[in-house]
Design a binder for this molecule. Structure first.
Ligand code: URA
Length: 478
């Protein structure tokens, strides 16, 4: 019998080299005894291994990957099993793709068990901070895996904790990382690890994510098997938390439901008010349906839907971006500073706001709170797209002969064109639903421009509105 003793670390590569030589000499599996460093010596002596011969040895990548995992299994027969599989594959490689094969099945289950143990190691190693001499922090951990996985499981920690020195001790040996590579050493007694402040934090976190109403002890046991418990600080809490769970569940029942978010009653009231989702036939019906709109999230924080206002029989529709702070409170469009500027410019262009339909692309105010103030925010594309439903209804019912788009949001809502506004200003584009759209500046942009640029933009807005007045006057009424 040939005896091959594998080292404690680097053993897969050692097995692979020895197995290749033995297989090339066609040594049968029963002719080799594989030993670990802890295997007692063979009292009856051992034959020397024959020199490698010329027979080619074939091992697929899949087999080597499987073998590498099996090499970390605790079964003392793993080496002879792997060698038997290697020898068998020389004559019949197909068995490695036959899941019903009992040898392959055993190896696959062993590999799976090793993978699971490595996964648990990555999840359950708990480091304790150690006193450090140098600039790097140092940590130590004790872990008791099911299999000898130290070498296979620790490269993960070198990547994850490359900026600290650490030592992981297991009954199989120790892995020590000091900034460059992991050095493996033989078994040492369990180190005396100092208490670690982060473990209290970890316990607090664990206690807080524990939901007494959702206890699934089988799932818990499978995720966190009992054999790992003794080195996990948080598991000390489990028996008490399980015992206290019925009382906590009862207390939760007695306390009743927690309060819904502040906006919920407002939204619920709007929805309950008029449970009608038939297609509106009049502008008033559309307005009252829009008042209950929850198509996008803006309804949660806004005070109300700001529907259009003006002359529904007018040939001119003016579309802004979205209501601002004052419009949101009053429920009417264009009454704040930008609205004032628009109304002035309209007056200068000989347009009467009461003889036009004034509305917005988005009908809820979008803002971010800053202290007590609500700062306007431009609606995003999904808000505009959701609100196009209402704008479309409004347009069908008002049926304007000309629409003025104030700014990029309105221009996109009406035409679907998101390109920059500067070259488009003053031009006429087709609306998505037909009809001409005159594109111009939004008055709030003019309010934000520096004093040297604002007058020109304001003059352009006035000129565009005058152009709109002219077009309306020229266009025949339908
Ligand atoms: N800005 C708009 O776009 N619409 C308004 O209603 C008010 C300001």
């Amino acid at each position: 019998m040939i005896r091959v003793t594998l080292p404690r670390f680097g053993r897969f590569d050692a097995w692979r080299a020895a197995a290749r030589d033995l297989a090339s000499a066609r040594v049968p599996p029963e002719g080799v005894a594989w030993a670990d460093p802890d295997t007692p010596p063979d009292l009856f002596g051992a034959e020397p291994a024959p020199p490698p011969a010329d027979h080619p040895v074939i091992a697929t990548q899949d087999f080597l990957q499987l073998a590498r995992q099996v090499a970390s299994h605790s079964d003392p027969e793993r080496w002879s099993l792997l060698y038997a599989a290697l020898m068998r594959a020389q004559g019949d490689r197909r068995f490695l793709s036959n899941p019903a094969d009992s040898m392959l099945d055993r190896l696959t289950r062993m590999a799976k068990s090793v993978r699971r143990d490595i996964h648990k190691m990555h999840a359950f190693v708990r480091f304790h901070e150690l006193p450090a001499d140098g600039p790097r922090r140092a940590f130590g951990a004790w872990f008791e895996p099911e299999h000898p996985i130290l070498e296979a499981g620790t490269p993960f920690f070198a990547k994850r904790f490359a900026d600290m020195d650490w030592l992981i001790a297991t009954p199989e040996g120790t892995a020590r990382f000091e900034g460059a590579a992991i050095a493996y050493g033989g078994p040492a007694p369990r180190p005396d690890l100092p208490p670690d402040a982060s473990h209290d934090l970890w316990q607090t976190y664990f206690a807080n994510i524990f939901n007494p109403a959702r206890i699934k002890t089988d799932a818990m046991r499978s995720e966190m098997p009992r054999k790992y418990w003794k080195n996990l600080p948080e598991t000390r809490l489990i028996p008490e938390m399980l015992a206290d769970a019925p009382r906590r569940v009862q207390a939760m029942r007695d306390a009743g439901a927690t309060e819904a978010p502040v906006f919920a009653p407002k939204v619920t009231a709007r929805i309950r008010q008029q449970p009608d989702d038939s297609l509106p036939e009049t502008l008033d019906q559309a307005a009252s349906q829009a008042a209950r709109c929850t198509r996008c999230k803006l309804c949660h924080a806004a005070t109300q839907t700001v529907w259009g206002k003006g002359d529904a029989g007018a040939g001119l529709m003016i579309v802004g971006e979205a209501p601002g702070d004052q419009e949101d409170l009053a429920g009417r469009p264009f009454i704040g500073p930008a609205g004032q500027l628009l109304r002035q410019a309209m007056a200068e262009a000989d347009l009467d706001p009461d003889r036009a339909w004034l509305t917005n692309a988005v009908k809820h105010f979008r803002f971010t709170p800053r202290g007590k103030r609500r700062m306007h925010q431009t609606p995003d594309r999904p808000h505009i797209e959701q609100c196009r439903w209402w704008l479309g209804l409004e347009r069908r019912m008002v049926a304007p002969r000309l629409t003025v788009a104030l700014g990029a949001t309105a221009a996109f809502a009406l035409t679907g064109n998101r390109s920059p506004l500067t070259p488009r200003r003053g031009t006429i584009e087709p609306a998505l639903d037909g009809g001409p759209v005159l594109v111009t500046w939004h008055p709030s942009l003019i309010l934000r421009l520096p004093p040297d640029r604002a007058p020109e933009a304001r003059a352009q807005l006035r000129a565009d509105l005058a152009h709109a007045a002219q077009l309306i006057a020229d266009a025949p009424e339908g």
